[in-house]
Design a binder for this molecule. Structure first.
Ligand SMILES: Cc1cc2nc3c(=O)[nH]c(=O)nc-3n(C[C@H](O)[C@H](O)[C@H](O)COP(=O)(O)OP(=O)(O)OC[C@H]3O[C@@H](n4cnc5c(N)ncnc54)[C@H](O)[C@@H]3O)c2cc1C
Length: 333
């Protein structure tokens, strides 16, 4: 049995029967072929920055660790980079901004790996991985074949992709190809960071993002968390209007879907009085109500129970259902 506490950013103690590190796609194919012959439970783990272990895992934890990075094409405007799934996401961002490339600077400081970026469609400050991903390479579990997907095949949406829905447990990502730009084409997004358009370099944007993040989010070195525990909910216009008649100052955003609006889950949770709440070592971060934290000794089930209490309370008081962004592992326990 292996303790997974140092493999998840919540720092939850849970064990797995085996932790297998897979350093390249050939090894991944070998593992998948063995799995096809003798099926057993497995879970693909990147940096463990979006999972909550609520029980021991009766099977293999597969840790994809390939960390290669290769520029595969370049012209005057753009660069195509192929990056191993095990590469730390923020190290890739640091590499990109050091080269002066644009495209991922707003996604600075997001914990986890490159391999999870298309699974989650990671996003922050108005940017999403969907804007820079070109292609994803994976191993198909059913056949052991190496396959490639164009970004449009993935149906990337708000913190979701086919990998999380209809393709759940069907593929293991081993490389992601990103298109980075030599020119800045996202000035409008920088307004949210209070940056002037004309002073920018990718490095300046990154520094600003990192300092904003440090002021709002706990460092996982100090306090266990998985970032935002819930997604920002989308509601119909009638629900929005009803809520605004009570909460005039409630923040909301238009979405790409007509008559649908996004609300701030953090604001709703704070409004219901949960910000800074603590029970034992499980709590709601004092600076950001969307972040559930482990102050040291919380179990996954304690954090899960707290999340259920919060979601029920928000539904009771606001009529809005919160959906978890964090994945509960094992899914059935
Ligand atoms: C402090 C903090 C701040 C955060 N801020 C943000 C933020 O601003 N924006 C944001 O989008 N997210 C944020 N997150 C969440 C997290 O960083 C992302 O979800 C990230 O993509 C998780 O990467 P990971 O490698 O840790 O994935 P894991 O948590 O290990 O896994 C997540 C999912 O991806 C799957 N997966 C992982 N690797 C592979 C692979 N190679 N092949 C197939 N499936 C795979 C797993 O099976 C699982 O379903 C934050 C988390 C923390 C702790």
């Amino acid at each position: 049995m292996v303790d997974l506490a140092s493999y998840n950013t919540f720092g939850i103690h849970a064990s797995a029967e085996a932790l297998l590190t897979v350093a390249n796609e050939q090894k991944l194919v070998e593992y998948v072929n063995a799995l096809r012959k003798t099926p057993r439970p497995y879970f693909v783990l990147g940096g463990g920055a979006n999972v909550l272990f609520v029980a021991d895992f009766a099977g293999d934890i597969l840790h994809v660790t390939n960390q290669d990075l290769e520029v595969i094409n370049e012209d005057a405007q753009q660069v195509l980079v192929r990056v191993g799934a095990g590469y730390e996401w923020d190290a890739f961002v640091a590499w990109s901004v050091a080269k002066g490339y644009w495209g991922v600077e707003l996604l600075s400081g997001i914990p986890g790996t490159v391999g999870a970026s298309p699974v989650q469609n990671i996003g922050a400050y108005g940017a999403e991985a969907a804007e820079v991903i070109v292609e994803v390479e994976a191993v198909e579990i059913a056949t052991g074949a190496l396959v490639r997907f164009d970004v449009v095949d993935l149906a990337l949406g708000y913190r979701t992709s086919r990998f999380k829905r209809e393709w759940k447990n069907c593929y293991i990502v081993h490389h992601v190809c990103y298109r980075l730009s030599k020119q800045c084409d996202s000035y409008t997004k920088f307004e949210r960071l209070g940056l002037e358009n004309d002073i920018l370099s990718p490095q300046e944007v990154r520094s600003r993002v990192l300092s904003i993040r440090a002021s709002k989010l706990p460092s996982t070195k100090d306090i266990g968390s998985a970032g935002s525990f819930f997604k920002n909910p989308e509601v119909e216009q009638s629900v929005l209007e009803q809520l605004r008649s009570t909460y005039e100052n409630m923040p909301y955003y238009a979405t790409e879907h007509r008559d649908m609006y996004k609300l701030s889950a953090g604001w709703l949770i704070e409004q219901c009085g949960w910000k800074g709440y603590r029970v034992g070592d499980a709590g709601v971060y004092e600076k950001q109500a969307l972040v559930l934290v482990n102050y040291g000794g919380a179990t996954g089930r304690e954090i899960f129970a707290l999340s259920e209490q919060i979601a029920d309370d928000v539904y009771k008081k606001m009529g809005v259902r919160l959906e978890r962004e964090v994945e509960i592992v094992p899914a059935k326990y």
